[in-house]
Every structure is written in structure tokens, then in C-alpha cells.
Design a binder for this molecule. Sequence first.
Ligand code: FAD
Length: 546
Amino acid sequence: MPDTDNQDTNQSPPYEDVDLFGSDRPLQDAVRVNGEGAEADALAAFGRRWGSAETFELGRQANANPPKLHALDAKGFRRDVVEFHPAYHALMAESVAAGLHASTWSADATPALPPAQVLRAARFYMAAQVETGHLCPLTMTRAAVAALAVEPALAGKVVPKIVARDYDRRFVPWPQKAGVTLGMGMTERQGGTDVRTNTTRAVPAGEGYLVTGEKWFMSAPMCDFFLVLAQAPGGLTCLLLPRFRPDGSVNALHFRRLKDKLGNRSNASSEVEFAEAFAWRVGAEGRGVRTIIQMVQLTRLDCALASAGLMRMALVQALHHARHRTVFQKRLAEQPMMRSVLADMALDAEGAVALVLRLCRSFDLADADRDEAIRARLLTPAVKFWVCKRAPAFVYEAMECLGGDGYVEDSLLPRLYREAPVNAIWEGSGNVMCLDVLRAFSQDRDAAQTMLRMLAGEAGNLPGAREAVARIEAVLSAADGEADARAAVERMALLAAAAALRVGAPAPIAELFARTRLGSGQGAMFGVGDLSAAEASAILERALPA
Ligand SMILES: Cc1cc2nc3c(=O)[nH]c(=O)nc-3n(C[C@H](O)[C@H](O)[C@H](O)COP(=O)(O)OP(=O)(O)OC[C@H]3O[C@@H](n4cnc5c(N)ncnc54)[C@H](O)[C@@H]3O)c2cc1C
């Protein structure tokens, strides 16, 4: 009989019933400097709730029981509904009550007062550590308001239902619901990045349009509305497509199948056909990309937040295990090489959360401060690029820290590992993020200079900072910089992370991050960062107090 209480098993106890805020000094510091330390008590309560064994179990159940599509009923009539496990609904209800889907907006579609972005981000980051699939519709819902805001009359009807803190899972017309969620349909079979190749058509009809065509990926199909792109007479146009027509009948969205995905399994991602589905126009005809890009900036920010959350959970799982597991008569966490690996990972995790929360502050201040608006525009793709692409390798290394146990489904690591790549792929894949930075640099060189000046000032004398600025400027300003853009964009994100740490973290942490990430000679693997034993100890104690 296995004895889970026996100290002699040499196994680490489950990492649960923990305080995801109180145990996370890097997060607390990032909230302190970017969010003026607001709502610390409420964040701690959220951290305890999401760190409870019960919430971890909901995350497990929601992924072990993926959603099921019911396209037709027994008699062959269309149903087009997706059934989710009760654990998914429970997570949605928790997150909606906490405002993860809308707390950065007021009911009139204007931004909520700062530090709304930072406070939501702190919660989103903690929730992502436990379950990321259900965050997909919540991300899209809060981001959609940025696009809807261009149509005040429509926004005036829909946004009050969005900002409500009620999760209403019923499949009924939206006016009857206490709260609603929104998805997004851009990607078609022939093109995801290049949405100009969209062939879905929108024909004006009465008070709206009739949309016909297909979307190759459309996640969270039980949302109440979808922002979609379609070719209207005036060109590619953004439209709001409800699940029910204004007369209360079910709209013509026909789900062909759900994607069988590597990860993100609690969330449904559909292939869908629109058969003259009713929709309202959002923004002018022909300005679809410009309209929906307002939304995409925010979903990109959330991708980086979610990946930072995945990294944090992978790190603490590894560190927690290493502090309990003994190999060769010594705890793993005391073995010098393991300490180098864990400390190197902790530096990345700390850089990631500092970087993303500083970026959220820019979103908080963008309306009132031109420089912060520039920073939000130029840094978002760079931050998404680095954090989201760092996460899969990071989670893999954490898995290895747990040895064989990390490879087994009962541990959380396989789920984190399967989840990690998607944030880099959707909402603009890696190369596309770098192309976006290049485009922004070439379109507005003054803005690019302003941002680099800001980063240089904040990074000060950190090792490698001055050289990084010169290198970024050279590559991103060159007429033929495309082939080298990845290195420059990565460096820009690392510089911004070092700058954020210099403002918010203890000085040695910022120094170590800059020395090992911006300085020369860093290898690609974790644990090759040339940290002394004392430096590793300081980093690890801060990452998760023993
Ligand atoms: C789980 C999941 C859920 C999704 N949900 C949604 C959803 O709800 N709504 C939605 O609209 N879409 C959704 N997507 C689609 C997703 O956004 C696209 O897959 C993504 O944008 C990439 O588009 P693509 O698949 O057509 O790849 P492509 O556009 O063909 O790109 C393939 C690769 O080429 C690279 N690339 C592209 N252009 C260049 C270039 N000029 N130079 C160098 N490299 C380049 C890209 O970075 C990428 O790595 C989802 C995808 C997944 C996996």
C-alpha cells in the first residue's frame, strides 16, 4: 500500500493550498511599483483562493474532460452547441466574478481608471498558473471592447452586459442574459496571418449584414458574440455576429468540428461555417483590420501574461520539489548544479512578470501620456515574442527538475508543457511579432527613438544596456533588418525587462538579469548563466521563500 504521509518516501508533498500572491515576491513588487500597491489584501485573497487544492482540482477536471460538440440532434436538426464540464463553468464563474473579462472597462466602453490594467493583470497571471483554457474567452471578451468602442450605439447596448460580473452560461438570446462573453473569428483556411486573403463575404441587409463563409479557427464557440472579419462591398470589414438574431431565432453559425488540440483542452476551438449569419458592422467598411487590431493588442498582452503565469507555476513546482527530494544524501535544491538551473529559471520568471506588469502600466497610462502610448504600441509585440517563446523551453526544464514524476500526467507539468506553445502561435506568431516591431519602427522613427531613450534611461548603467540599445537601433532601423529582427526584438524585450527590474526589484536582481541576459556569452540553456552560489541563493529565496 502506498503511504502518502510517510516521510521516507522521499517525495515532495503536493504544491497546493498555497497563497499565489503572498508567496510571490516578484509579483508583489511588480504590483507595488506599477499599481501603486493597490488592493494588496484583495489580491492576497485571490491568491489564496486560486492556490487552493479545490481550484487546482477544478483545473485538472476541466482539462481531463474536454468540451464536446453537439452539431445535430437525434433527428438530424441543427443544435450547434458545445457542452463543457461543470469544472470549466466553475472556473469561468470565479474569473468573471473577479472581473478578468472586463475590469479594465467602464460600462460606457471607456477605460477604467488606473491601475485597472495592472490589478487585472496580477489576477490573470495568478489564474493562468492554475488553468489557462478558460482564460481564452475572457481575454477575447475584455479585448473586444476596444474594437466595439468605435460603434458607440452598439457598444452602448452590449458593453453593459460585458462588464457585469455574472457568468451566465445559458444558450439564450443575449438580451435575456445577466452577462455575456465574446470571441473572435479572423483565421481562415487559406490564411491566418494574412487576413487580407479572407474570403468570407458580408452582404448588407436591413439593419446589418448577412455573412457567408467559413472560419478555420474560432475559439470559445459558446460565446454570445463574435467579432469577425469579412469582405463587404467596401473591403475587409469587422462585424459583430451574435449567436441569436435580433428576432430571437438562432443565428446561422454551424460548427463543423472542434479542433483536437495539443493543449488548451478545457477550451473549445471550432471550425465554423456561416450560412447567411446576421451581423452588425463595427467600424467603416474596408477598415476591418484597423478596427480589430485594437482588440488584438490586448489579446497579445494577455498571451504574454498567461505565459508568464505558466513559467511561474512551472518554476515553483520545480523549486518545491527540489527542496523536498534527496538525491545522493543531499536535497536537490542544495546541489550546486541544480541551484544554477533553478536560479537561472527564477531570473527569467522574475524578468517576465516585471516586464509584463510594466507594460500593463503603459496601457493604464496611454490615454494621458503619449510616451506611455508609444511604449504600449512598440513593446507589446516584443514582449509577446520573448515571453511566449521562452515559456515552452522553460516549462520543459522545470519538468526535468522533477525527474520522472514531472513526465507523468498526475503532475501538473505535462499540462503546463502542452499549454505553453499556443501563446506564441495565436494572436500573431513569433516572426509576425518581429515584423510588427519592424513596421512600427519604420513607420514612426521618432516614436521608436522615444521608446529606446526611455528604456535606456530606465536601464541606466546595467551591464550590457548601452550596447543593447545601439544594437537594437542598428538592426531595426536598417532597410534590410528583417533577417536579424528576431535577435533585435528579443534584445529589446530583455532590455525592457532589465529596466523594469531596475525600477521594481532589489538592485542585485536587476544586475544579475542584465549581466546574464544582456551581457555577452549567455548560452541558450538554463543553468549556464554564470551565477555564484550566493547569487543563486538570493534569487531562489526571493522566488519562493523556503
Ligand atoms: C488553439 C488555437 C485557437 C485559435 N483560436 C483562434 C480564434 O479564436 N480566432 C482566430 O481568428 N484564430 C484563431 N487561431 C488561429 C491563429 O491565430 C493562427 O493559427 C495564427 O494567427 C497563425 O496563422 P496561420 O495558422 O494561418 O499560420 P500562417 O499565417 O501560415 O503562418 C505560419 C508561420 O509562418 C510565419 N510567417 C508568416 N508570415 C511570415 C513572414 N512574412 N515572414 C516570416 N515568417 C512568416 C508565422 O510566424 C508562422 O510561424 C487559433 C489557433 C490555435 C492553435
